[in-house]
Write a protein that binds this ligand. Structure first.
Ligand SMILES: NC(=O)C1=CN([C@@H]2O[C@H](COP(=O)(O)OP(=O)(O)OC[C@H]3O[C@@H](n4cnc5c(N)ncnc54)[C@H](O)[C@@H]3O)[C@@H](O)[C@H]2O)C=CC1
Ligand SMILES: O=C(O)CCC(=O)C(=O)O
Length: 320
């Protein structure tokens, strides 16, 4: 039997790829190199990506044998799912693999923003010992507003409750039972924005959520509030956020994601009250291992006829 070709276009742990077994030939390419990607995908039966590779209609058209695209992570906004479906290509992801890591980074960014940790550290490493300009704010007794009460949003709620925060949530699909279970109150978006001292966004990037937090929404926020985005760039409008921060209509922001990635020249990077990380939400050994293993298992199931090795059958995804 000829091997089926699995093209890996973003870095994934080799141990997880071994789970594919002998029926597959694993090939690697840099998905950011468009020319190489288009050439390599021509012989691929399956394509595995993280967030850096864009799988659009052009890639799909260049891949006549492609049966499945596997996203080793949660968000599939880098994949044209409609075009894939039209081409008969199944898209699978690893919806639970990154939850803990993304939630933990969110909590870390909220703390970092509240205490100016990134700017103070940068200053000290440059040889400046200055304490007076880094007076922060406590989380205890403050209100946290969570936009999007899915896996990550709820995992953040559970963790930040331990910091004695009151939690508000907004999600059109959340039920009162979910809110009760997590000790949070469901409110309309406008109320969440105007009442929260810390706001964190955990919705997928879709045509409906791009610009969800824009100029009008930022005008509702307290000038002492902090805003975190560990979901996707563009859900918070970057130009509107920059203006709000410059006009001191917001105390600070913490961003893991950007409208255009890689992002090295956003005006937001020049503001002292912006804490940033380069899309590191899922960048832990545990999350990467789980995401790759989960997506390999989903790929094997989708291709059918392949028995899933025992080692891959054990539940890997941690509860958030
Ligand atoms: N920075 C990073 O490395 C990571 C980022 N992510 C991003 O985080 C997003 C959320 O992940 P999960 O919580 O696992 O997804 P999820 O699918 O479990 O939850 C998303 C929630 O957003 C809600 N929602 C949708 N539209 C909404 C709206 N207009 N207003 C309020 N709520 C809305 C949904 O009802 C759902 O409950 C992913 O789509 C992905 O883009 C995920 C993992 C890592
Ligand atoms: O896989 C990555 O590189 C980032 C993780 C992420 O953004 C996601 O899982 O949606």
């Amino acid at each position: 039997m000829t091997s089926r070709v699995v093209l890996v276009a973003d870095p994934l742990p080799a141990t997880a790829l071994e789970g594919l077994g002998p029926g597959f030939e694993v090939r690697h390419c840099d998905g950011a190199d468009r020319v190489r990607l288009l050439a390599a995908v021509a012989e691929a039966d399956a394509l595995l990506v993280r967030s850096a590779t864009t799988v659009d209609a052009e890639v799909l058209a260049a891949a006549p044998r492609l049966a499945v695209v596997g996203r080793a992570g949660v968000g599939v906004d880098n994949i044209d799912v409609a075009a894939a479906t039209a081409a008969g290509v199944v898209v699978v992801n690893a919806p639970a693999a990154n939850v803990v890591s993304a939630a933990e980074l969110t909590c870390g960014l909220l703390l970092a923003a509240a205490r100016d940790i990134q700017a103070a550290g940068r200053e000290l490493k440059s040889g400046v010992w200055r304490r007076g300009t880094h007076v922060g704010t406590e989380l205890a007794g403050k209100t946290l507003g969570i936009v999007g009460l899915g896996r990550i949003g709820l995992a953040v709620a559970r963790r930040m409750t331990a910091f004695d925060m009151t939690v508000l949530g907004h999600d059109p699909y959340a039920t009162p039972e979910t809110a009760d279970q997590h000790g949070l109150k469901l409110v309309p978006l406008e109320e969440l924005l105007s009442r929260s001292d810390f706001i964190t966004v955990h919705v997928p990037r879709t045509p409906d959520t791009v610009g969800l937090i824009g100029e009008a929404e930022l005008r509702l926020v307290k000038p002492t509030a902090y805003l975190a985005n560990v979901a996707r760039g563009g859900i918070v409008d970057e130009a509107a956020l920059h203006t709000a921060l410059r006009e001191s209509r917001l105390a600070g922001a913490a961003l893991d994601v950007f409208e255009d990635e890689p992002c090295t020249d956003s005006p937001l990077l020049g503001l002292d009250n912006v804490t940033v990380t380069p899309h590191l939400g899922a960048s832990t050994r545990e999350a990467q291992e789980r995401a790759a293993t989960d997506v390999v298992r989903a790929l094997l199931r989708t291709l059918g006829g392949e028995s899933v090795p025992e080692a891959l059958n054990a539940p890997r995804s941690a509860r958030g």
